[in-house]
Design a protein around this ligand. Structure first.
Ligand code: NAD
Length: 336
């Protein structure tokens, strides 16, 4: 079989080569967008990361592709309906970074609540040893609104209880047993927005969750609340966030993910390789505004990036491919 891996750094390539001694394994440093490289067009399996975009147009360029091994939990960068149409199965890695992302949520939250970055910057770059204007707030007894109580949302709730925060949550499939066990309550999304001191997003990006927080409902957010997003950029309408910051509806935000974040990483690709869409250009501009905003902390989709999680990601991807090769696929994504 021919296996084509995209977005794999050179250190990890050896692991994949050793895992598939019978197969032809090829690598591409960059992501798979628009044009499939000639050498990959007869691949049976491809493995990609979050900046590849698997559209129907991309799928058409493969002559015998049968399996996509997504190296992430979310799979919003793959047109699943098109894959199903072409008889291609898709697997993702559901729980490699559950604890890892949940811990990162609190790293971001503590940076916001205790102005850690400002304190560090002041001392390192301004050589000014003073706590003046660095007053933060306690997490103790603050209300945390958790949007999405799947694997990561649940871990976040567990950690929040260590801080003795009050938790409310919203999920289309509420887990009432877990809520009883962990002593939190479910409410509507609107109530969560208006009651939470901090709102954290843990839903997948799909047609329903796209712009879940938007220009219409952001005015419901409690004045002075903070927003954390480690899910996917498209869950929040960037326009709404920018406006809410400007109008002081929200006091701050910590974002590990952004709308059109892959173009934000490489804006030139938008101009050279594509006919840029207006909304893509707008998102890239707004992202730069957010990155430079004093009340916002942006990190480059880094929440999953611990040593342990990366090991799990690699080995679970290998398991997904081997299980599919043996005709017993696991972790299949069935539909959007
Ligand atoms: P999960 O599938 O275990 O949980 C998702 C939860 O969202 C489920 O409980 C589901 O019922 C709920 N949900 C789905 N649609 C909803 C809707 N319309 N309204 C309300 N709730 C809804 O997923 P997870 O492991 O907790 O991961 C969540 C997301 O985090 C992933 O989809 C991925 O996009 C993101 N993620 C980001 C990173 C990172 O590095 N930043 C790493 C891993 C995962």
């Amino acid at each position: 079989m021919k296996l084509a891996f995209f977005e794999v750094d050179s250190l990890d390539q050896k692991i994949y080569i050793n895992a598939f001694p019978q197969d032809e394994v090829i690598f591409f440093d960059g992501e798979l967008i628009n044009n499939v490289p000639l050498a990959a067009r007869d691949a049976d399996v491809i493995s990609i990361f979050v900046c590849s975009r698997i559209t129907a147009e991309v799928l058409k360029q493969f002559s015998r592709l049968k399996f996509i091994a997504q190296r992430a939990t979310g799979y919003d960068n793959i047109d699943i309906d098109a894959a199903i149409k072409y008889g291609i199965q898709v697997a993702s890695v559901p729980d490699y970074a559950v604890q890892t992302v949940a811990e990162y949520v609190f790293a971001l939250l503590l940076c916001l609540s205790r102005k850690i970055y400002d304190a560090y910057y002041r001392l390192r770059h301004e050589h000014y040893f003073s706590h003046k204007n660095l007053q933060g707030f306690d997490l103790y007894k603050k209300k945390l609104g958790v949007v999405g109580t799947g694997n990561i949302g649940k871990k976040v709730i567990g950690i929040a209880q260590g801080f003795e925060m009050e938790v409310i949550a919203y999920d289309i499939f509420p887990d009432h047993k877990y809520a009883h066990l962990m002593k939190f309550s479910y409410c509507s999304f609107e109530d969560l927005l208006s009651q939470s001191d901090i709102i954290t997003f843990h839903v997948p990006l799909n047609k329903v969750t796209h712009y879940m927080l938007n220009k219409k409902n952001i005015s419901l957010v409690k004045k002075g609340a903070y927003i954390i997003n480690t899910a996917r950029g498209g869950v929040i309408e960037t326009d709404a966030l920018v406006e809410a910051l400007d109008k002081n509806i929200i006091a701050g935000a910590a974002l590990d993910v952004l709308e059109e974040e892959c173009f934000t990483r490489d804006p030139l690709s938008l101009l050279i390789d594509n006919s840029p869409e207006k909304n893509e250009l707008k998102a890239v501009l707004e992202n730069h505004y957010l990155i430079n905003h004093p009340k916002v902390i942006v990190t480059p989709h880094n929440a999953f990036n611990s040593y342990e999680a990366m090991r799990r990601l690699i080995f679970n991807t290998i398991e997904n491919i081997i299980a599919w090769q043996k005709g017993k696929p696991i972790n299949l994504v069935l539909k959007r």
